[in-house]
Design a protein. Structure first.
Length: 246
């Protein structure tokens, strides 16, 4: 059994299409497998709308794709429902429209301009008129945990010491510590994104796929067999060697 996974997309439709092309090439050699996207479909990149359309259309066409919810996806839907409702996990002085978070980039892909420079009420009204309800429904319905094979797929990570069934949504989409420094076994291999790195990295107990597409880096696609993983490149598979967490 093999599974495929794609890291944080952040509005980069071209990178997402290229990642799926690499997966299709691997499937042609090794057979089909489910494809899991670990969330953060939106923000920072130029075409969040196109990313959501691509994923909705692929699933509607019968592709065996799972799309998880990331913290940026949740911030988007929360803003659309109530722009003044605080986002758990986000520092109080920040908002989704802060330049560091990329909400304005997402709204621009729907034709809403200058979102960071106008009153929030006006931006929200324009966003409600511009963003298709089908996109919001799709994002709101995304799961935060997916079990397949020997893996558990989440966006950010899990809280050590808690059963997977007892994890909170906020931890699943926001956590960093104590997850990142935990060296024990989680049971299944935790496949996640959220914490940007230069490249996809395997730590033995977890596999981080966020290779900084949001900041000009690559969008990683991997194939997973058991607890082993290989990065998919234009020339084929490249096995990810387990890093020492100590």
């Amino acid at each position: 059994m093999h599974l495929y996974a794609i890291g944080d997309i952040h509005g980069h439709l071209g990178l997402l299409q290229a990642a799926h092309d690499r997966i299709a090439d691997d499937m042609a050699r090794h057979g089909p497998g489910q494809v899991i996207h670990v969330g953060d479909l939106v923000d920072r990149g130029p075409d969040s709308r196109g990313v959501i359309d691509f994923l909705i259309q692929g699933i509607a066409a019968g592709q065996d794709w799972v799309v998880l919810k990331g913290n940026h996806d949740r911030m988007f839907t929360r803003f659309m429902a109530n722009p003044h409702e605080p986002e758990p996990g986000l520092r109080a002085e920040l908002s989704w429209l802060h330049p560091r978070l990329g909400g304005s980039d997402t709204l621009r892909s729907y034709g809403v301009e200058n979102a960071g420079d106008r009153p929030v009420a006006k931006v929200h009204a324009d966003a409600v008129a511009a963003v298709p309800q089908a996109h919001l429904d799709f994002l709101a319905a995304r799961p935060t945990l997916h079990r397949a094979g020997d893996c558990a797929f989440v966006h950010a990570g899990v809280r050590p010491g808690l059963a997977l069934t007892n994890q909170t949504e906020t931890d699943l989409v926001w956590i960093r510590e104590p997850f990142l420094s935990y060296t024990g076994s989680f049971g299944p291999l935790i496949v996640h994104g959220h914490t940007a790195l230069d490249q996809a990295t395997h730590y033995g107990n977890r596999l981080n796929l966020d290779s900084s597409a949001a900041y000009g880096g690559a969008l990683s696609a991997v194939v997973i067999e058991g607890h082993e993983a290989s990065l998919l490149t234009t020339t084929g598979r490249r096995k990810l060697i387990v890093e020492d967490l100590r």
